[in-house]
Design a protein. Structure first.
Length: 196
């Protein structure tokens, strides 16, 4: 059903449209589709809130960050792969060219963004732990970093970078985020991952 609808929609798209014109919209689409903030809220309410008062739990922040990141990456990579498959199939139905030069940027962008948004939400959760016992997110830095990433998603729609540039940029940002997360959570997590 969804695949057929997407194929019909792309087949009826304006003549100038292609996978290249769709790519700048992917950051915003994936920001919306991926699990991140919702899962962090669930982890806080169901697991972390009662345990944060214990020093041994806070000291292990780096360890449970890595375990949770693997789980979140698995979930979001499935979402990304499903979206990339859907777009590939819909493009084939629409008769758009499907050479490697078209598909490689698509798949690289989608999977890199799925990883990036996984790391982003979990990193902010561990560094700023914004939730109160009433489940309100009160930390201004948490909101600021989320707004910056959201704005970056909109900027790609406005600037419309070349597919290869978008793919390389998403991949580079994902790697930088991963390296930063590994360092920052291990170093600061035991102090910042606490009840507000």
């Amino acid at each position: 059903g969804a695949l057929a609808c997407a194929g019909l929609a792309l087949a009826g798209a304006p003549a100038g449209w292609s996978l290249h014109t769709v790519l700048p919209y992917l950051p915003f689409v994936l920001y919306t589709l991926t699990n991140g903030e919702r899962l962090c809220r669930a982890m806080f309410y169901n697991c972390d809130m009662p345990l944060m008062r214990y020093p041994f739990y806070r000291e292990a922040a780096g360890k449970h960050f890595r375990l949770r990141l693997r789980r979140l990456l698995g979930m979001n990579l499935l979402v990304g792969a499903a979206l990339a498959t859907l777009l590939t199939a819909a493009a084939a139905v629409a008769g758009w060219p499907l050479a490697a030069g078209h598909l490689l940027p698509l798949w690289t962008t989608v999977l890199a963004l799925a990883c990036l948004f996984s790391i982003h939400h979990l990193l902010l959760y561990y560094l700023f732990q914004p939730y109160s016992a009433e489940m309100n997110a009160k930390n201004p830095m948490f909101h600021a970093f989320n707004m910056i990433l959201s704005a970056a998603c909109w900027i790609t729609i406005i600037l419309r970078p070349a597919p290869s540039s978008l793919a390389v940029g998403a991949l580079a940002l994902c790697i930088l985020y991963m390296l930063a997360a590994a360092t920052l959570v291990s170093r600061y997590g035991p102090r910042t991952f606490r009840m507000k």
